[in-house]
Design a protein. Sequence first.
Length: 88
Amino acid sequence: MRYIARYFTRTFIRFFWGGEWQKANFASELESSTTLVVSINGLIVGYVQFCIDGGRIYVQNIALIADYQNKGIGTHLLKKLQSKAAAN
């Protein structure tokens, strides 16, 4: 897992979102949150957007490519975020 770099945003948006509203909404959420991406063998398969406020974490969005759903990846992401929030 890694944090998304600002220069990579356009490619990332094209990969996950098709419609203009979706692109604009995602770009807006990118500005107001932190985005963590998951890659497997160099392929970005999902992401989670979140904000931390003290010891609380707010998940704004989480998505995985269909072929990578139901494999525990989303659960792993959320557990990582729980640990991160507990550390704050």
